[in-house]
Design a protein around this ligand. Structure first.
Ligand SMILES: [Fe+2]
Length: 294
């Protein structure tokens, strides 16, 4: 028997699942669920995204693709590139074993309006003080073939992953669990390798697992290691990001160089004075380098 579609469950705006005050306390510290209005949105149909991919391919570094049989322990710069053009991958996405990443989708004004809606939601969660720390909103579309895994990694941004089409499982770890995301890995992330996070077998036991269906979102804090298992159909997800101040990233950069000198640097957050001094040193180095290049 055919049933008419139900529109009851379609969200019209971003919202938290738990009370806003609780999410404000947990923002940037713990993973939590949210809801979004983009489930099966026409701007994320495969036809629309094929055009977005074509736009991204004309910008340096805004399109990434790989394909094959992956484990959570694989690293994305060592994975094989598909022997297909981007339009061919879109045509064969059901069987290509592909993972496509389209960055800075908001350069297209239609998508920018969606990013603005997310930004208003995130700033509301962050509150008046927390909002001052956030900048540079960005939107990344992730298209994944059925049953494809995405590698263990962590990111620098404050992230909300929104499921638009298909479904998947995602495991998210505590960003402060240094048995999962180590100080050395964070330092390497900011200096030499943005895929520095390395899979640890015990991570699944300490991670929180979320199953995402269209309309679901999960907050992934900065440095919270995570990995993804797609279900049996093509998945379209959107990663909405904002950045925290550069002060912390520069402190990690300084710590990377100090560690290379054989020292054991103090992690950021234990002394504001030390953090600022290290960041100032990195900034001075940056200015010297820029003067030399002139
Ligand atoms: Fe990520």
């Amino acid at each position: 028997m055919l049933t008419s579609p139900s529109f009851v469950d379609i969200d019209t705006q971003w919202s938290t699942v738990d009370p806003l005050a609780e999410c404000r306390r947990e923002l940037h510290k713990k993973a939590f669920a949210a809801r979004h209005p983009l489930a099966n949105h026409p701007l994320f149909s495969m036809g629309a995204l094929a055009k977005v991919a074509e736009e991204a391919s004309r910008r340096n570094g805004d399109l990434y693709v790989d394909a094959g049989n992956f484990t959570f322990a694989d690293k994305w710069d060592t994975t094989p590139k598909p022997n297909m053009t981007i339009p061919e991958i879109f045509e064969r996405i059901e069987t290509a074993g592909a993972w496509l990443v389209l960055k800075h989708v908001e350069t297209n004004p239609a998508y920018m309006a969606l990013l603005d809606e997310f930004k208003a939601f995130l700033l509301e969660i962050a509150g008046p003080e927390g909002s001052k720390l956030l900048s540079n909103a960005e939107m990344i579309v992730l298209i994944t073939s059925p049953r494809r895994k995405s590698a263990f990694h962590f990111d620098a941004e404050v992230n909300f992953l929104a499921q638009v089409k298909g479904s998947k499982d995602i495991w998210v770890c505590d960003p402060m669990d240094r048995s999962v995301t180590t100080e050395e890995e964070i330092e390497q992330y900011y200096t030499v390798a943005n895929n520095a996070g390395t899979y640890k077998p015990h991570a699944e036991k300490v991670a929180r697992k979320f199953t995402l269906r269209p309309g679901d979102s999960v907050h992934i804090p900065t440095h919270a290691s995570h990995w993804v298992q797609n279900h049996d159909s093509v998945s379209v997800s959107v990663s909405f990001n904002m950045e925290f101040p550069r002060r912390y990233s520069d402190t990690y950069r300084a710590n990377h160089y100090l560690r290379r000198l054989g020292l054991k640097p103090r992690p950021p957050g234990t002394s504001d004075f030390v953090d600022r001094s290290k960041a100032a040193a990195i900034n001075s180095l940056r200015q010297v380098k820029s003067l030399i290049r002139r």
